[in-house]
Each structure stands twice: as structure tokens, then as C-alpha cells.
Design a protein around this ligand. Sequence first.
Ligand SMILES: *Cc1c(COP(=O)(O)O)cnc(C)c1O
Length: 600
Amino acid sequence: MNSTNYGLEVWGNNDLVIEGGKLRLNAGKKTAIIDIVEDLRSQGITGPCLLRFPHLLKKQIKTLYEAVEKAGKEYQYSGQFKAVFPLKVNQYPTFLEELTKIGKTYNYGLEAGSKAELIVAIAHNKKTSPIIVNGFKDKDFIVLAFLAKKNGHDITITIEGLGELNKIIEVAQRFDTKEIPNIGIRIRLHTSGVGIWAKSGGMDSKFGLTSTEVVQALKKLKNAGLTEKFTMIHFHIGSQLADITPLKKAIRESGNIYAELIKMGANNLHAINLGGGFAVEYSTNADKPSKTYSLQEVANDVCFLLKTISNDKGVKEPDVYSESGRFICANHACLVAPVLELFSNEYTQEALELKEQNPPLIEELHELYQSLNEKNAIEYLHDSLDHMESLLTLFDLGYIDLKDRSNTEILVHLIIKKALKTARNLTKAHAITQRIQERYLINFSLFQSLPDYWGLGQEFPIMPLTHLDKKPSRSASLWDITCDSDGEIKYSSQNPLFLHDVDLTQESYYLGFFLVGAYQEVLAMAHNLFSRPNEAIIDIHQSGYKIKKLISSDSLREILIDFDYEADLLIKKIANELDDEAKKMFIAITERNGYLKSIS
Ligand SMILES: *Cc1c(COP(=O)(O)O)cnc(C)c1O
């Protein structure tokens, strides 16, 4: 990793640039993100804040449609392309409003996997844009889809098993033919995905019909007079596909199933739904990319393979649906959060309290510190780390006291700082000091904002918003403010993070956590009763930017109510037990934190 640009050229997607030491949006006036943060601070937003950038959402949607259009032209592909956004990836209303507005010109639709999502989809979707319904369905879920159709929506119910088809046939008897939605069948492929989310495809996957079941389904549809409604086959082989090979196999397999079904009498089957899975580049290291293919490559393969199969088998080239989610929205949001504390910042020379008589190893450490220079820096650094190990052992055995131990910590810290400043061979010095990290306490909750880091070990690009014209000197581990020891992003030598040595009494230092717009918000956990962060929608235009919408994080009161506490009673109970002065202080705190408007 080039330590001054944090691998931006690998994961940045041309969305961001570094100029004048600041991280900036690569659009319009190239606004620095820190300027937006300062602006928000002046409006009272001091804690962590999720920034949404609709222009980046637009960019991804446009990129998707253009890549397919280009491939379609190149291969003279006659099928149409349609796309839907899978709501499970992000269903927050502020997000969805922007998405559906941008999607209008493309007839970009929505995918729903539950009754609640379907209600959201029906309410937000333009009638000419498709709705796809996936997931396990009970009768009410199916009836909801029929009602959407009756109301003029272009809706397809994908069946995940034969039982669902029986339910659909039953419900269909109560509706007019033109009120019956299109029916899709999710197929169980023998090819499966790769990566940590690979359980959605393949023979042992949770979803889909085997080829025997597909044949039975077609028979059932014929018997019920619903063959005309069977329009689509569907698969989804998993998210964040690292490699294109499983996808190509899935396209071939589904293309052949499609053609065979038409030959068996599925005379209105005309679409293949490729699901999602297109990966986002999260890696900060060009040598270890998280994906090995491009969107254009996928689009080309889809057109080429489906055209070849259709021509060979003498059927019409199918319409192609995409349910890409992560690719569409991961980059549109970043979390910005201030560093609250550096855990060794207070180790200045003044803190050192050497005794008249010090243990010999401490005297040596002191000597190393004073005589360290450009030439001997690396050697002295090694020596001091050795001494530290010995001194800590001596402490455990009861030979030195706490004051000695404290002096050890301070001296080693001072030596590291001095070595990093003076060493000729900085890389070597870095490598050595990787063992000793500065701990940055960040005002955010990992469980709220990066749940996939905690749950799946998914890495996210992290970088400071400022100081980017200076070389970062400290190997950093990040601590969140929950009191869970898992709330930490440990320093890893595989994926090292270096940050700047800042004096927080003199300046503020913000970190950005990027590519958090997909899945993270919806998987968030209120661990320790921390609420969602503040949220701001930022419109970028030619002459700058505008904070279009600002949503403050939930108040303490709302969080407690969310967890079914009688929030008002709780507060009253505590307040009433306090004397007058304490009560006043307590109420001031609750009011400042949005607990109660007023209590009597
Ligand atoms: C989750 C899911 C998607 C979206 O996958 P991404 O990897 O985010 O593109 C698409 N289709 C179905 C059926 C899904 O379950």
C-alpha cells in the first residue's frame, strides 16, 4: 500500500481524489469531505455521521445500464435489459427516495423478499418499472402481489418451491386472468458461487427448484391454465463474487434450462433473471483485489453466452434482469467519525518520573533515548523493545514496581517516536514498530456502522479526511466506544493501517469509513444501546454542495422506547430519588441528550 493515499486507486472507483492534503469528492467543485463535516458541526452534528451522496448512486446506476447497452450493441443482442434494486441491501426511506427518483428515467425497479419489503416496493415503484418478488411466501404475501398486479404494477412472483406454486394456483382462482402476476421460477443450479456469501446457489443451496421440480412445475402450470404467466427463470448464486467463472457457468446452465423449457411448451417464457452478486472492490491493496473481473466483462459474457445458446437451440434471445445490489449502493455512503483520543498521547517527557535509583534496564532505556540518532535508530529501537519485554517480565515476578513499569512504557514510547522521526530507513522502522500500535478511540459503534466487519471479517477502506500531504507514522488499531472488546479494528500486518500522530488538543482528526452503503445500515445492531449515527444527504452540484437533508441520531429516549422501556417512567423514578441540586444536574443531562423535553 502506498501509505499516503490509502489505496484509493484500488477501491476509490474515481469517486474521490486527494488534493491539498484533503480527501475530496471527484465531482463538481471537488468539495473536501472535511468541509462538509465542519459545516455539519456548525449545525450541531458533532458525533459520527453517515454521509449519503446521491450523485454516486446515480453514477452506479448509469454505469450498469451503459455497460449492458454497450455489450448489447456489440453482440447485437435482441433481448431487453431490465434491472431491479434488491431492497434487503438498503431499505432506509432516505436512501430509497433518492434511488427511486434517480431510477425513473431507466425504469429501474425494485426487488422484495418479504411482505414488508413488498409494501415498500409497491408504494415507491413507478408502474412501468418491474417489481420482482422473491423469498419464502405465505398466502398473504402472494395475495399482496396479486393486488399490486390488479393495481397496474409490472410484477413477477418468483417461486422458491413447489408448495408456493400450489398456493399461487389456489389464489389465482379468485382473480381475473389479467390480474394474475407473472410467475418466475428460481432454479437450483449445479454450479455454485464462491466467497463468504456462497450459500445462495448450488445444489445444496437454500433456494430453488431442481430440474425435476421445474418439469413438474411446468406441468402444474399447464394444468392450471397458467402457462402464459410463466415468464422468467431466476437464480442468484451469492453476493460479492470474487471470480467470474461461477457466474459464467450459471449463465450457461440457466440459458440451457431456459431454451429447454421453451421447447417443452413454456411458450411465454422470455426472461432470465441473473440475481445479484457483482462484487465491490473493498481492498486497499492492488496485489490482493477482492474481485478479478469488470462489469463490462460480465455484460459481454451475458450477451455472448445467451445469444449463442439461444441461436443454437432456436429460441428467442431472452430479456435479461439484474438484481445487483451491493454494486449499486455500496459507494454512495461513508461514515465520518472523529477520533476522540489517542491512547498514548499523554506519554510526553514530562510524564516521566525517574527515581534516584532506577533498575539498570530502565537506566539503559533512558540512555538509549538520549543517544538515539539517525544512524543507530533501528538498532536502538530493537534494543528498547527487548528491554521492555524483560522489564515487563520483571514486573510480573515482583522485582520492579508500578512506577518502574510506567517509566518503561513512557521511555519506550518516546524512543519509538524519536526513532520514527530520525531513522534513515523509515520502512524498517515502520516494520519494527508495527508491533506497537497507537490506539485511536473513535466516536462510533462498529456494531452499528460496520456489522459485516464484526460478523464476517469484511474489510472496509478507512482513511483520514485530512493530513493527506503528510506521511502517516503510526500503525493504528481503532477502538469504538462500545464496551465490547470486539468493537475493535485490530492492526493487521496483512492490511496495515497507518495514521497520523496528531495532538487532539490542538486539532481535530476525522476518519472516513468508506463503501458502507450496502447491507451495513440494515444489519446494524444497537449494541450497548447506541443509536444509528446522524445522517446527511449531500447534493453535489457544479458550484459546490448542499446539505439537502439532515437527520439527527435517535435520542436516548427513542432508543429506550425502541427496546420497550417505559422511558419516561425510568427517568422520573431516578429524578425523584435525587435531591434538588442533583435532580437539576440529572435533568440537564437528559435534556442535552434528547431524553425528555421536560419533566415535572
Ligand atoms: C441479496 C440478493 C441480491 C443482491 O445481491 P448483491 O450481491 O447485493 O448484488 C439479489 N437477488 C437476490 C435474490 C438476493 O437474495
